[in-house]
Design a protein around this ligand. Structure first.
Ligand SMILES: Cc1ncc(COP(=O)(O)O)c(C=O)c1O
Length: 508
């Protein structure tokens, strides 16, 4: 009996692991139907019970889902813990699960089904999608933009027929320099500015310039996937350092001469905290001491709702340690693929040469239109207008969360376009909420699906959801959160008693 039991368990695990491997490496694609358990048992020569148990485990771990009377299907998302534990079977090291020592990079990259800019695979069937980082489509300044594009086209000269400066169109670099002084406290010569195709291009450029395989690269924990994967992809050994209410815990930084540090001080991604001034100064002094460079990703600093923005790290940088990164993806739209770096003067020319090798710079027409939009004051007015719209949406989200879930623990609400909701006890884990919400047409995201990377025990990040609100109207936000509340009212975390509606703010 015991022997039989062991064999049965082994067989069930084998079936589970075979199917799981096919899902992870893409042989079984998201949404594809799986055979019924009766069919599977006949196909594999196993008992039906073994097939049922294997499916149950696959379902419990989020690889598959069953639609009653319809069938069993591969889930749209590979569970997050797969990324660190299932593929590489990595043991947590000093800093938890270190992705630099897990499965090979490509395998893990493929497991990461939602690097930020990949289209949300659920988008079409969602009624309300709190997908992060999307600006309001209705706020793009179409009229002004068409005017500037058209004007530039009419007097394009050689703008479209000659190679431009790979560092970018000089008038745009001048306009950015003019903007950064009052907006971020950064005094930069246009020669220090390199136009890039958004932050993502900036990460690649900086990595090519500064990373040698094996170099220490400090990242925030949790951090932005889009940066971490590139930094690691160039051979950087990621060293995660925890983020608390004041930003990255500078006291825990390693003494590592020549290290590179990636931070998001204005609105930490994903937690949304703002790095305090003492921490900023401590980080700069650490960088000076270690001869280290700091990448300051200032992706959504244009939107601050409470208090005045702190001067950027770059504005405080007396030792030329900071590589500042700005983007037009949030304040205008990611479709433009325009961003910029402000570099220490000694790195500007190497970066310009590297940019020439990478892609010879970016579309002249968009750069020229953006320069005109900034120089004639339209950009400043646009920011003011959009900030107000996002503030209303942020308020609608906070009010809806409170209405349906009672007082909520949120962070990052003072700025940006998303906030993090720390899920109350009694509610299921983030991935489970995400799954149930998606099934019901609502997009809310656990860290991993929301382009964040958390290093540490697989479940430690499961109590947070990231909610982007900028692209949703207040009415959509209210409807989405109300729907989410009814979905969760029906949710029962595995192994626990059914939730009472009043536990999540509903009526019994
Ligand atoms: C932390 C962070 N940095 C940068 C970006 C912007 O990237 P890009 O400028 O490449 O569009 C994002 C996008 O959401 C982000 O979340």
């Amino acid at each position: 009996m015991i022997v039989g039991g062991v064999q049965k368990t082994t067989l069930q695990i084998q079936v589970f692991e075979q199917i799981r491997a096919m899902i992870i490496d893409g042989r079984l694609r998201a949404g594809s139907p799986l055979p019924a358990t009766r069919e599977l048992s006949a196909q594999m020569g196993i008992s039906r019970n073994t097939a049922i148990l294997a499916y149950e485990r696959l379902s419990a771990e989020g690889y598959i889902y069953t639609r009653p009377h319809v069938g069993t299907f591969v889930a749209a998302e590979i569970p997050e813990e797969t990324f660190f534990t299932s593929i590489g079977e990595t043991e947590p090291g000093e800093h938890g699960h270190d992705p630099a020592h897990g499965a090979d990079f490509t395998t893990r990259l493929m497991a990461c089904s939602r690097v930020h800019s990949l289209r949300n695979p659920h988008r079409k069937r969602l009624t309300v999608d709190f997908w992060v980082g999307r600006p309001d489509p209705g706020s793009f300044p179409v009229k002004a933009w068409s005017k500037h594009i058209w004007k530039r086209l009419q007097r394009s000269g050689t703008g479209l027929t000659e190679y431009g400066d790979p560092a970018g169109f000089i008038e745009l670099r001048q306009a950015i320099s003019d903007h950064l002084g009052p907006a971020r406290g950064i005094i930069a010569d246009p020669e220090q500015i390199i136009i890039v195709g958004g932050c993502q291009d900036g990460f690649n450029l900086i990595s090519r310039l500064l990373i040698e395989p094996g170099d220490t690269v400090v990242v925030e924990n949790p951090c932005y996937q889009g940066a971490a994967f590139v930094l690691e992809g160039f051979g950087g050994v990621l060293h995660p350092v925890a983020v608390d209410k004041e930003g990255i815990d500078v006291a825990s930084l390693p003494e590592a001469p020549g290290a590179l540090v990636y931070v998001t001080p204005s609105h930490q991604y994903p937690m949304g905290v703002t790095m305090t001034l003492p921490r900023r100064l401590a980080l700069l002094s650490w960088a000076n001491r270690n001869d280290a460079y700091i990448i300051e990703d200032d992706y959504d600093s244009d939107f601050r709702f409470t208090g005045s923005p702190l001067t950027a790290l770059k504005g405080l940088d007396r030792g030329n340690r900071v590589l500042y990164m700005g983007t037009f993806s949030k304040c205008m739209g990611p479709g433009l693929r325009l961003g910029f770096l402000v570099l220490p003067p000694h790195l500007a020319d190497p970066a310009r040469r590297m940019k020439a090798l990478m892609n010879n710079g970016h579309s002249w027409l968009e750069q020229a239109a953006m320069a005109d939009f900034m120089l004639e004051g339209g950009y400043r007015r646009h920011l003011r207008r959009v900030r107000q719209i996002y503030l209303e949406r942020r308020d609608a989200l906070l009010a809806s969360l409170e209405q349906h879930f009672g007082p909520c623990n949120v962070s990052g609400e003072d700025a940006g376009m998303h906030l993090v909701w720390s899920i109350a006890e009694g509610l299921p884990d983030a991935s489970e909420i995400e799954r149930r919400a998606l099934e019901n047409g609502i997009g809310v995201y656990a860290f991993f699906s929301g382009a964040a990377l958390h290093f540490g025990p697989a479940r430690a990040d499961q109590r947070h959801l990231v909610l982007g609100y900028a692209a949703l109207t207040p009415r959509e936000i209210k409807a989405g959160i109300s729907r989410l509340a009814s979905v969760l009212r029906a949710a029962t975390p595995a192994g626990s008693r059914p939730l009472r509606p009043e536990q999540i703010g509903g009526r019994s």
